[in-house]
Design a protein around this ligand. Sequence first.
Ligand code: ACO
Length: 154
Amino acid sequence: MSTTLKQLPEGYKIRPMEPTDYSVLKILEVLTTVGSIGEEQFSLQVEEWKLNDRIYNPLVVTNNNDDVVACGMLFVEFKLIHELGKVGHIEDIAVRSDQQGLQLGKHLILALTEIARSKGCYKVILDCDEKNVGFYQKCGYSVAGVEMSIRFDK
Ligand code: ACO
């Protein structure tokens, strides 16, 4: 990858999300509404992802106290086009507010992107706010296409 990357701060690590990483839910609140999810419900969801790990690839960043300080997901879509091609989708990237600006988001995106490459995806796509375009460009991504949606939750 052509983007430059400083080292993670000392003692910080990236690893797959585990069913015990309940604090992820607090971190996701910097991104959007999480709502009420119990510890057991959280664990079951992560276990379900682990059973389907060809598709779901959730990662976390931990700090030097082993606290989870950032999280993100890559899921792999299995397609018919491009001779049964695979597309990676990056979703739900969140860095704890007091840990932003330490390159954690960038490390996370590059790690998720590398998983997509190693699993044979021909591209990775994501949706983001205009205000985060510069961040994703620093991670090697380019603006491509237009996001559209229809919502059933309002
Ligand atoms: N606009 C422009 N550049 C940015 C921005 C931004 N909004 N945010 C960071 N950067 C730059 C940094 O200055 C840095 O530049 P450098 O490499 O030249 O030093 C580079 O991008 C990497 O920044 P990080 O320190 O890795 O950014 P951070 O760890 O703070 O993570 C993130 C960025 C994920 C946007 C974080 O601020 C966050 O969690 N925000 C709230 C939730 C959110 O908006 N998540 C993204 C949703 S989109 C999705 O999930 C697909």
